[in-house]
Design a protein around this ligand. Sequence first.
Ligand code: ZN
Length: 274
Amino acid sequence: MADINNISLNTATTKLKWSLSQAIDGCARHEIAGISPWRDQIQEMGLHAAAKHIRDAGLRVSGVCRGGMFTLPHGHDRQAMLDDNKRAVDEAAELNADCLVLVVGGIPDGGATLADAHTQVSDAIAELLPYARSANVPLAIEPLHPMYAADRACVNSIAHANDLCDELDDGLGIAVDVYHLWWDHNLKAEIARAGKERILAFHICDWLKVTSDMLLDRGMMGDGVIDIPLVRSWVEEQGFDGLYEVEIFSQDNWWQRDPDDVLSIIKQRVAEAV
Ligand code: ZN
C-alpha cells in the first residue's frame, strides 16, 4: 500500500474552513509532507508570507493550482491572460513548487469550435513555455474528465496531453489525476508513454458511482470505484517519486467536516486504499 509519508494536501480539500496559513499548520500537525496551494489563497496570505510559512513548516510544494484558462472569446484581452499566467509561474517559482498545474479552458463563447479551443491552448502554452523554462517551473497540463470539455478544459485525455508534450517539448508535463482519467482503457499505456519526465503530479480522490454534483461531489479514497493502487503502481513503475496529492472537492460532505478530522481520515485512507 501507499506510504503515508508521501501525502500532499491540495488546499481545495480544506478551503471552506481553513485559510492557507491554517492548512500549512494543519499539515505540520498531522505530519503531512506537502501542500498544493490555490492562487487565491496564496494572494490572500501574501506570496512571501506563504513561501516563508511553508518553508518553516518543512513542507514540499507538490504544485500550485492553477494557471491556464487559455481559451478566450474573440476580442478578449489575450495579453492579460498570458501575463496572469506568467505571474502564476512566478508564484510557483517563489514557492519552489514541483509544477504549475494548468487547467486549459473550455470552449469560448461566441461560436468557437472545439478545434478552435485546441488551437488556442497549444498556441498559449507555446508562448508561456519559454518563460516557465527560464524560471525553472515545469508546466503540468491537467487533462480533465470529458464532462468538463465545454466549460473548463478541452484537453480530456492523457493521450491528448501527451500529444501536446510531443508537440511543445521541454518543460511541459502532465498532472495525472485519477478522478479525471480512471475511465480510460489506455491509461496504463499512456502513463508509460508519458514516463518519469512528464509525470509531474499525481492527484487522488475517488469517483462516487452516484454523484450529486459534477464538480463538487468527489469522494474520499476508498469510497468510490477507482482502483487507485493500480493507477499508483503504473505511475510509480515509471519512476514517479512525487507526492500523492489529495484533492477533494466536496461541498456537502468533506468540506463541512472539521479539517483536522479530514486530515486524519486522509492518512488512514492513504494507508488502506491508495
Ligand atoms: Zn487534480
